[in-house]
Design a protein around this ligand. Structure first.
Ligand SMILES: NC(=O)c1ccc[n+]([C@@H]2O[C@H](COP(=O)([O-])OP(=O)(O)OC[C@H]3O[C@@H](n4cnc5c(N)ncnc54)[C@H](O)[C@@H]3O)[C@@H](O)[C@H]2O)c1
Ligand SMILES: [Zn+2]
Ligand SMILES: [Zn+2]
Length: 386
């Protein structure tokens, strides 16, 4: 039964970033009721993704502060706006930074997840009216990717909330809201690799390790992991990496090493660091004729990619993907089910668990390369308003 109560403004705690690179401050914020086609979510758990750090540090978007970051999250719908279909109060959902309206040219294409209505939001506002739903004493607080999950409550478009099995533990499956799915989708959907393929992965954070996990499950014969952090050697093995290379320990460029050990280059390479020079190295590591490079990282600087044209003339392909090419509403619930059937690993990415008050510690851990995913526990699941 739909609720008859009219949602009111909620005052709650949120971690607000007042300026680029400045420590977050826990503030009391006002969260507006959901507007038409929107839902308000009681955020239970949210994990920190590298993309939050990249945008928080970036001075290019300094005009979008004060701001609430966070986009990898799970929660419970507290209230719904007019016209929302397929979601109701009490539903367990994952938030997504690229939504699925199910009706636009891209959503119906079967070829793309770049929804024209709910694609990546870069202006710090809601898609529908270009305004914020957060404020402090009347001053607007900007969103991040139209999700902003570092808050006890947030408002998202109903196309950016994916209903999931209520039995799924939110403190684990929140990771499927971005990084893990982005990696799995890049292998399964974008590269669509086949059994016996050879793979090189640059960057063994949560995204790169998810590429490894996806490649292992598809039966890749060789999974080469490249990372400057030696600790990623052991972690890589857990997710299927068969050969670990630390570029700092190589006498020749890493792409040469990969070519030597694979007899001319891998079938598939993946850039999961966020550095366009590494995209070039990944392209050079793939083989002539059919080598495919998928670039996933979001660069901090130097957004332009430069590569010798001969690499492409000799038959290589360079592709990119957001959210692993997955359509969130169509593809995500089945990945949650895979986790529940113990077919994919998620718990192994979680290196730290913290409370919202300690969120700056999570930022420090990721900046220093000391964590994979840190889950921020915002509300206890038994406190949920059902
Ligand atoms: N395309 C998408 O949909 C999507 C989704 C999530 C994250 N991302 C992006 O993917 C990238 C990875 O995200 P993450 O959360 O796994 O980050 P992370 O920081 O946990 O992982 C990055 C890894 O790269 C390694 N690294 C750094 N410099 C390197 C170098 N020169 N050579 C080899 N390895 C190096 C680090 O040691 C680390 O292990 C980021 O740029 C992030 O913004 C993209
Ligand atoms: Zn769409
Ligand atoms: Zn992310």
């Amino acid at each position: 039964m739909a609720s008859t109560k009219v949602p009111q403004v909620i005052t709650c705690k949120a971690a607000v970033a007042w300026g680029p690179g400045e420590p977050l401050v826990i503030e009391e914020v006002e969260v507006d009721p959901p507007k038409p086609y929107e839902v308000r979510i009681n955020v239970m758990c949210t994990s920190l993704c590298r993309s939050d750090i990249t945008q928080w540090e970036s001075k290019v978007t300094a005009h979008l502060f004060p701001r609430i970051f966070g986009h990898e999250a799970a929660g419970v719908i507290e209230s719904i706006g007019e016209g929302v279909v397929g979601l109701k109060e009490g539903d367990h959902v994952l938030t997504v930074f690229t939504g699925e309206c199910t009706a636009c040219k891209h959503c119906v294409s079967g070829k793309s997840n770049m929804c024209q209505l709910l694609g990546l939001e870069r202006k710090g506002v809601m898609h529908s009216d270009q305004k914020t739903r957060f404020s402090i004493k009347g001053k607007p607080i900007y969103h991040y990717c139209a999700v902003s999950s570092f808050s006890e409550y947030t408002v998202v478009h109903s196309g950016c909330a994916v209903k999931i099995d209520p039995l799924a533990p939110m403190e684990k499956v929140c990771l499927l809201s971005c990084g893990v799915s982005a990696g799995l989708g890049a292998v399964w959907k974008v590269a669509d690799i086949s059994k016996g393929s050879t793979v090189a992965i640059f960057g063994l954070g949560t995204v790169g390790l998810s590429v490894a996990q996806g490649a292992k499950l598809r039966g890749a014969s060789q999974i080469i992991g490249v990372d400057t952090n030696p600790e990623k050697n052991e972690k890589g093995k857990l997710f299927g990496v068969t050969n670990f290379i630390n570029p700092n320990e190589c006498k020749e460029p890493v792409q040469q090493v990969i070519k030597s050990i694979t007899g001319g280059g891998v079938d598939f390479s993946f850039e999961c660091v966020g550095d366009t020079d590494i995209t070039n190295a990944a392209l050079q590591s793939s083989c002539d004729g059919w080598g495919l490079t998928v670039t996933l990282g979001v660069p901090k600087t130097k957004p332009e990619i430069s590569a010798h044209y001969g690499l492409l003339l000799s038959g290589r392909t360079l592709k990119g993907s957001l959210f692993g090419g997955l359509k969130p509403k169509s593809d995500l619930p089945s990945i949650v089910e895979m986790y529940l059937r113990k077919e994919i690993l998620i718990d192994e990415y979680i290196t730290h668990n913290l409370k919202l008050e300690d969120i700056n510690e999570a930022f420090d851990l990721m900046k220093e390369g000391k964590c994979l995913r840190c889950v921020i526990h915002i509300a206890k699941q038994d406190q949920t308003i059902m």
